[in-house]
Design a protein around this ligand. Structure first.
Ligand SMILES: [Fe+2]
Ligand SMILES: [Fe+2]
Length: 283
């Protein structure tokens, strides 16, 4: 553990090289957080960007939202699915872009990570729905970003990542276990740093930081427990790969805090499977 402090300091120093979110997404986040802004203000920022506009219309018209009518304007999309959902959608697709295709050799591994993240996002949304949680869009984003630290490791710390990968295949252990032993820190800590750099809401920062020990997430322990459980379910359903072949063990306190009926698990996993198939076909 001795190398832990200098290594974390080095990561923080190197975090200037970590990706920044596109200006449009930051502007949109600002508008969404401003109670005085209107759907028209938001539509203006989005329509200035043709790619975002096309993407948004494609997403709102997909089966994921299951809206009965076709939406052809950005304002219509905002009114129908709401400010927060729009912000989350755009954040999601921008984050995908940020990491996509930087290194062809690693692309396959990266795609498996994204499939895992997407599976966890869908899982968090489905579990949130079952629990009648208020903001399931936010859970979706949390699930999507929970392992972002692994992507950072893979893309920006290739030597460290190779050592971790070697230990995983040698000993068939969880990635987090290999990281802590070899690097002295985990993808959860790197993810937290990136989320803070992006000024994401503290709820997201806490979920990312504590998805392996949800009870440490303070006032967001329930949300972290949902993502923790979704992580386990999506691995059980073989959605992508989280970098190792092990299913993390279920945190007993997290499980008890959610109060999910055991006989509901099968239905939750079936819905996850169906929604994952839908969303994967258009992202
Ligand atoms: Fe993780
Ligand atoms: Fe994960």
């Amino acid at each position: 553990m001795q190398k832990r402090i200098p290594d974390l300091k080095r990561i923080i120093a190197g975090i200037d090289d970590l990706p920044t979110l596109p200006r449009t997404v930051l502007k949109i986040t600002e508008l969404v957080n401003d109670p005085k802004s209107s759907a028209k203000d938001l539509a203006k920022v989005i329509t200035d960007d043709q790619i975002l506009t096309a993407r948004l219309l494609k997403l709102v018209n997909s089966s994921f939202y299951g809206l009965p009518q076709r939406i052809s304007t950005v304002t219509g999309a905002i009114v129908l699915i709401g400010f927060d959902a729009i912000r989350n959608l755009l954040l999601t697709t921008s984050v995908f872009d940020l990491f996509a295709g930087r290194n062809k050799k690693k692309q396959q591994k990266q795609e498996q990570f994204w499939d895992h993240s997407l599976g966890c996002a869908v899982g968090a949304k489905v579990i949130g729905n079952y629990l009648r949680y208020d903001n399931i869009e936010e859970l979706f984003v949390a699930g999507l970003l929970h392992d972002i630290g692994k992507i950072v490791e893979m893309m920006f710390q290739p030597d460290e990542f190779s050592k971790v990968a070697a230990a995983i295949s040698r000993e068939n252990i969880l990635m987090i276990k290999a990281e802590i032993r070899i690097l002295g820190y985990s993808h959860a800590e790197i993810g937290k740093l990136l989320a803070e750099k992006w000024n994401l809401p503290s709820k997201l920062v806490q979920i990312i930081a504590h998805h392996h020990q949800p009870t440490d997430a303070g006032s967001f322990a329930i949300e972290a427990a949902i993502v923790h459980l979704a992580d386990i379910f999506c691995r059980a359903l073989n959605m992508g790969s989280g970098g190792d072949n092990k299913i993390p063990s279920l945190d007993r306190f997290a499980w008890e805090s959610l109060k999910i009926q055991t006989n509901a698990i099968e239905g939750i996993m079936k819905t996850m499977h169906d929604e994952y198939g839908d969303i994967r076909s258009f992202i």
